[in-house]
Design a protein around this ligand. Structure first.
Ligand code: AMP
Length: 284
């Protein structure tokens, strides 16, 4: 695996691959890799000739009181894992490489960026879309791989690619979970054993909504009320939102149909966790 810290070098390597007619896949990450990230790498490996990954803890997507300084970093271990998955190129730039001094240009997907996590994390999605647009321009991938774990991010990145006519296929991979249902996340490392138990309430609330949906309930308010009961019983988890929305517009739906996105965010101690499911009709 070739590791690049500069835009000039990684761009030259990516262009060389593309000149040979290779299909280039990109997996953008913030490092502290787990099986969720590796599932994206495997999907890229299965459908692309050359796989590029990036590790960049993007300051622009963290709010002033968020966890930028303490975000977990494990570069050596990450490199070993990517190497094992046969990643060809890793782009791991410093902040100054990505944001030239005095940079004042942003990519914003309006409206969508104010919904779900965007409501509680002002500026977060502007940071995400700006860095993803930069990565797309630097790497020029044919396909880019994202996790369904960040469902709002998926809707927003898709919309950006469409609105800006970017020549990249956005591929979305399913959420990878721990055996007990907790969605894998780099931030799970912040949880102490008691909080790790409490964190299961996110998945449990989603399963509650799914099971009522399976029993035929289609009223969003009723599904949400039932899911919220799970949080009422877990007094150390602070619910941020529990919403049922259209997965493309992120607008709430009242009558729930197949394919609706059920999304939850909650604080456990100082850790903010998110999770979601897409409702599927199991045939009842
Ligand atoms: P991050 O490093 O948290 O920015 O995540 C990088 C990519 O990995 C994003 O596209 C995430 O949606 C994806 N990802 C993170 N956790 C998971 C998971 N548990 N399952 C699937 N994809 C994930």
């Amino acid at each position: 695996m070739n590791i690049f810290a500069t835009i000039e070098e990684v761009r030259a390597a990516c262009r060389a691959a593309k000149r040979e007619g290779k299909r280039l896949g990109l997996v953008p990450t913030m490092g502290a890799l787990h099986d969720g990230h590796l599932s994206l790498v495997r999907a890229a490996r299965a459908s692309c000739d050359v796989v590029a990954a990036s590790i960049f803890v993007n300051p622009a997507q963290f709010g002033p009181n968020e966890d930028l300084a303490k975000y977990p970093r494990s570069f050596e271990r990450d490199c070993a894992q990517l190497e094992k998955e046969k990643v060809d190129l890793l782009f791991a730039p410093a902040v100054e490489e990505v944001y030239p001094p005095g940079a004042v240009t942003w990519v914003t997907v309006e409206e969508l960026s104010e919904k779900l996590d965007g409501r509680s994390r002002p500026g977060h999605f502007r940071g995400v879309t700006t860095v993803v647009a930069k990565l797309f321009h630097i790497i020029e991938p044919d396909a880019a791989f994202f996790g369904q774990k960040d469902a709002a991010q998926v809707a927003i990145v898709r919309r950006m690619a469409r609105d800006l006519n970017l020549p990249v296929e956005i591929v979305v991979c399913p959420i990878v979970r721990e055996a007990d249902g907790l969605a894998m996340s780099s931030r799970n490392a912040y949880l102490d054993p008691r909080q790790r138990m409490q964190a299961l309430v996110l998945h449990r609330s989603l399963m509650r909504a799914q099971s009522l949906f399976d029993q035929g309930e289609r009223n969003a308010a009723k599904l949400i009320a039932a899911a919220r009961e799970e949080f009422a019983a877990e007094n150390l988890a602070r619910l941020d939102y529990f919403e049922i929305v259209n997965p493309d517009t992120l607008d709430p739906v009242e009558d729930v149909s197949d394919g609706a996105l059920v999304a939850v965010a909650a604080g456990i101690g100082t850790t903010r966790l998110i999770d979601n499911i897409l409702l599927v009709n199991s045939g009842h």
